[in-house]
Design a binder for this molecule. Structure first.
Ligand code: AMP
Ligand code: GLY
Length: 429
């Protein structure tokens, strides 16, 4: 079998790493890839939004399945395009991807189909939004302001009071900091609690829940500093207790599946549900229409079933026929980032020590890396590498990953030292 994987980050490296383990896979291509991916896949240079060239490549090279990593091509309709050409592709249709690409669409969907979520108000006009804050919002009440469209994880502003909310809507709606993504905004009730990500394989009719993960979005230890794409993750997350997962399986997911069918949404792929858990009750904060990054780097190493079988059953609508098996171990991953990230950072810095990490110590997933002509591996992005360690329990996985990190270095490298400590606190509370 031949696969084409779209995307070039740590998530895509993990997808390719897993696909490459399948005895069914002969060849993997990846657009646009990175230095790590180039060991397991042939890199091709087609932009992720150039559907015509991608489909032409898939046809000419007799690709069996295309796997879409990031949200942007899904939101632009790559699945609809490939399907119309008779090509098999893993991911939701453009309409399904709206669950991530439009927060107001997602909120309306949740409200309509009884999926628990924070109370909200949507506005398309700056003056009405401003008036609402000034007349109906208490001056010192916290509120979450969200840009409706895709904003690379930056479109959510946690506002401590009305003043901050006014500044946020001005930034989004008048100054257009996120372009058209901020033409519509949402005010959302600020929920308290612990977050967890539950990712689900969905085939249109059936679903299968993966081990819950927890991301660490802020750049510094103790959840300080700016939001990032994610600085580390672990799975399974103990906060997703068996009772919580039961609620997701028996209430939340059936309501979502019902909504997808009623709305005529052909959803085949991954539904990533970001939950806030308050007093044992899960509220949906967001949907993503794809694997998470870096959650994938802890989830896929725990998957025992052949990912190719899951891809096939998902696309065929037969997920009920396969028993997906997960390891009982724990995985922790830490992101090694460029100095300055998530703000301005330098690129093209030489990375040392990659070859010294042994397979049984950690899996080295590449995110923002490239090779120069001499074969040196250089940094080429904000999140550079993701190291994942697997062990019998979370504590041992934490110790294992932090023991191996000093082997890998590059100038101005930084990383969080407290990944998965929250899990230990939860277990010991
Ligand atoms: P989102 O992209 O919607 O998940 O938002 C990004 C992050 O903002 C989430 O992971 C939460 O940490 C935070 N957040 C979003 N919505 C809320 C909310 N209603 N209450 C509290 N925190 C929130
Ligand atoms: N790590 C969060 C995301 O992939 O959206």
């Amino acid at each position: 079998m031949k696969f084409l994987v779209i995307g070039n980050g740590g998530r895509e490296h993990a997808i390719i790493w897993k696909l490459a383990q399948s005895p069914k896979v002969d060849k993997i291509y990846c657009t646009l890839g990175n230095a790590g991916i180039s060991k397991q896949a042939e890199i091709i240079n087609i932009k992720v939004d150039d559907f015509e060239s991608l489909a032409k490549f898939a046809t000419e090279n007799k690709i069996d399945y295309t796997f879409v990593g990031p949200e942007v091509p899904l939101a632009l309709g790559v699945v609809d395009y490939f399907t119309s050409k008779g090509l098999k592709i893993f991911g939701p249709s453009k309409k399904g991807a709206l669950l991530e690409a439009s927060k107001s669409f997602a909120k309306d969907f949740m409200q309509k189909y009884n999926v628990p979520t924070a109370a909200y108000h949507t506005f398309t006009d700056y003056n009405s939004a401003k008036q609402f804050l000034e007349t109906e919002w208490e001056e010192n009440k916290k509120v979450v302001v969200k840009a409706d469209g895709l904003a690379a994880g930056k479109g959510v502003v946690m506002c401590q009071n009305r003043q901050e909310a006014l500044a946020a809507i001005k930034n989004m709606m008048q100054d257009k900091s996120f372009g058209s993504a901020g033409d519509k905004i949402i005010f959302e009730q600020w929920l308290e609690g612990q977050e967890t990500s539950v990712l689900v394989f969905v085939d249109g009719k059936h679903f299968s829940i993966m081990p819950a993960a927890q991301d660490h979005k802020r750049v510094y230890d103790g959840d300080k500093g700016l939001n990032t794409g994610g600085m580390g993750a672990y799975a399974p997350a103990p906060i997703a207790t068996p009772e919580l997962l039961k609620q997701v399986k028996e209430q939340v997911m059936p309501n979502i599946m019902n909504g997808l069918q009623k709305e005529n949404i052909d959803y085949k792929g991954i539904l990533y549900i970001g939950f806030m858990v308050d007093n044992g009750k899960p509220y949906v904060l967001e949907f993503n229409c794809r694997f998470g990054d870096p959650e994938t780097q802890v989830i896929l190493p725990l998957l025992e079933t052949d990912l190719v079988d899951i891809v096939e059953h998902t696309i065929n609508g037969t997920l009920n026929e396969i028993d997906i098996k997960w390891s009982k171990k724990s995985a922790v991953c830490v992101v090694l980032a460029s100095g300055g990230y998530p703000e301005k950072y330098e690129k093209n810095i030489k990375i040392f020590g990659l070859d010294t990490v042994k397979e049984d110590e950690a899996i080295v997933f590449h995110a923002g890396t490239k090779k120069d002509e001499q074969g040196n591996v250089l940094t080429s992005g904000g999140r550079v590498l993701v190291l994942t360690a697997i062990a019998d329990d979370i504590k041992s996985a934490i110790d294992k990953v932090y023991a191996v990190i000093p082997k890998v270095t590059f100038d101005k490298m930084h990383y969080r030292k407290d990944i998965a400590q929250r899990a230990l606190k939860w277990i010991n509370k």
